[in-house]
Ligand binder design. Sequence first.
Ligand code: UDP
Ligand code: MG
Length: 320
Amino acid sequence: MTTPKLSVVVPCYNEEGCLDMLHARASAAAREAVGEDYEIVFVNDGSKDDSWAVMQRLSAADPHLVAINLSRNHGHQLALTAGLDLCAGDEILIIDADLQDPPELLADMRRTMAEQDADVVYAVRRKRDGETFFKKLTAAMFYRVLDRVTDTPIPLDTGDFRLMSRRALDAFLSLPEQARFIRGMVAWIGFRQVPFVYDRAERHAGTTKYPLAKMVRFALDAVTGFSTAPLRFASHVGLLLTAASLLLIVYIAIAWLAGSTVQGWTSTMLVVVVLGAVQMFVLGMIGEYLGRLYVESKRRPLYLVSDVAGPVKGRSTLGY
Ligand code: UDP
Ligand code: MG
């Protein structure tokens, strides 16, 4: 079986209202770029709506479309991993299902890739239309904090929307971790990566699939996956507290010698409360790492597929 020149990979969770338009626009963009030599890979991430039915209908009418139905909701990053694992193209475009990332930019991204001889062209958001102030603020803060604490330089204001070469994708697929922060992992592999600035559009239909809880989890995966700074912070706090307690011991000794040792409810409570809080916080932080270590050590497949529609061409290394 020959490999297509281009794969367009899309993770989808409850996106029934977007799929028809997405399919039409992505197909047109792909056809314009490489003629008939492309595939579109839709991954249904355990949607509760009719996304899978829509995908089956579309794939029955379009031999370019591969639809993959995961066994349940595995989460955005794992659904995307599944699509990347099962696609076969020489070039790979990652795109969201909601058309916030316009497929029409493919042509310009390919041009940038060719001109700059790049392995990854990542799309940097200049504007984000139709998103809440809260989302924009937390996202802006997230990327800046992440940049400070990580050792891998992860591009600011960059989502997963990007064009990759096959060799970059294969390098990415060689990273087996469970807690996947894909934009960071792609930055980590290196090769030549260049930015591509665009304005993020509004969602075509439906609402965001990233409620606050998922955003927090995503941010924790990013930090713990790419930085041990919190652990270092824990030991620094420990060091500081040790120094403070040495001073306190000296003070206590002097007070004892001077014979004034009764009073002091306030200071005792203060020390107990502050120490208790700091210890819990630091323990929790260590727990975040420990939990991830535990999950990694189980070495489970990253995703499970229940059905496919259309010709799957990629050979999986990460899923089942
Ligand atoms: N998504 C997914 N599984 C999930 C959550 C989201 O596959 O559990 C997909 C979703 O369908 C979309 C992409 O991930 O294609 C990004 O989600 P969304 O657009 O809701 O995030 P936002 O743009 O609001 O950050
Ligand atoms: Mg979106």
